[in-house]
Design a protein around this ligand. Structure first.
Ligand code: WQD
Length: 341
């Protein structure tokens, strides 16, 4: 058994696949658990083409406790778990909250249960800036008070953080790091892996890419009357490969010792408005993005961006990929996706 194995749940998804690449490049071996509910087995080939290594893989739903036990029994020597496996569509979680609570919370509880049973000490959890709601002041630090979540999806992230804190308090043999992501975008520069939205994309970047590819006529921009410098919503868009590297840094940091729960914001520290992102995409790719201004989207906060100084200080991690490279990688991946259809 490899002493540096990490179990990655949801490792076939957008963030999970890029993190698997980063882990393998850093010398870890990876065992992926994924139910393939929002991903494709071909992702393994993409990871192999980039790294020359095929990660271990088992098709499994984290809510299946007997299946989880069988896997963890074999992989009891793993140094840690990175838990991505979860549903993530905000709108769907509002119309089907029980599905979100059942899946996202049971999956996490089973992961913690198995880590306790098999003495696996290190957990990295995929949390979200959504836990801050609309903060009273910007940028957001990890000490910014959390606001009540506006969706069941957001609730599962807040509740997930609390479940982990309680589990770690009860079992000091487990230590955990909660990573609060801002808005990850882009793809691996090789064009081998990227985001594969199902149906009409909810998120801005894949929607822009589909407009650029001619799959959709125009982008709907949700509101231009926000209290922001140009009237458009502001977010902190970070490169997916930077985000993946943060997971490696977080796992290394956990392995170096300590106890309890760490929390880190992962963002660039810079806010970009929707219109600034559209302009930057046009400049980076040379492709025009037709758009229409429509009404605000329910639940959108007007502005949020990170103070990620703690991650810089403690994990030695910073977002470094320039935005134009991120946008070019997103477009490269979109063209590849369009060809493969
Ligand atoms: C970004 C900006 C929209 C689409 C959500 C979740 C978060 C995380 C990531 C999930 C906003 C605007 C968008 C479009 C637009 N979770 N927009 N037209 O809402 O910041 O975060 O996704 O995986 O928890 O809340 O990201 O990409 O949906 O929106 O104008 O067609 O783009 O209004 O200002 P968001 P997003």
């Amino acid at each position: 058994m490899n002493q540096k194995e990490v179990i990655v749940t949801g490792g076939m998804g957008y963030i999970g696949s890029h993190t698997t690449v980063a882990l393998q490049n850093a010398g870890y071996s990876v065992f992926i658990l994924d139910n393939l509910s929002n991903s494709d087995i071909g992702v393994l080939d993409g990871i192999y083409r980039i790294t020359g290594v095929r990660p271990g893989f088992k098709k499994l739903d984290c809510t299946d406790i007997s299946g989880m036990r069988r896997v963890f029994e074999k992989h009891y020597n793993a140094v840690g778990v990175i838990h991505f496996a979860a549903h993530k569509a905000v709108g769907e979680s509002v119309s089907n909250p029980l599905m979100y609570y059942r899946n996202n919370l049971n999956g996490l509880i089973n992961v913690l249960d198995m880590m306790g049973t098999f003495d696996i000490p290190n957990l990295v959890f995929s949390s979200s800036a959504t836990v801050y709601g609309q903060p009273d002041s910007l940028p957001v630090t990890e000490d910014t008070p959390l606001k009540p979540a506006t969706s069941a999806y957001g609730q599962t992230k807040v509740m997930g953080e609390n479940i982990i804190a309680d589990a770690v308090r009860a079992n000091p043999g487990i230590r955990a790091t909660l990573l609060r992501y801002f808005n990850p975008i882009g793809a691996h520069p090789s064009g081998q892996i990227g985001e594969r939205p199902n149906g009409v994309p909810n998120n801005l970047m894949p929607y822009i890419c589909q407009v650029a590819a001619g799959q959709r006529e125009y982008l709907n921009i949700f509101g231009n009357d926000y209290d922001t410098p140009d009237g458009y919503c502001v977010r902190d868009y970070l490169d997916i490969n930077d985000l993946a590297d943060a997971h490696v840094a977080a796992m290394r940091h956990l392995q170096s010792g300590g106890s309890g729960v760490n929390v880190y914001n992962l963002g660039t520290g810079r806010g970009q408005s929707v219109m600034q992102l559209v302009d930057a995409f046009q400049r980076a790719t040379g492709v025009n993005i037709p758009y229409k201004i429509t009404s605000r989207r329910a639940g959108d906060v007007s502005s949020i961006y990170a103070n990620a100084d703690r991650a810089a200080r403690e994990l030695n991690w910073r977002a470094v990929v320039p935005l134009h490279e991120t946008l070019a990688s997103a477009w490269r991946w979109q063209k590849k996706l369009a060809k493969s259809k």
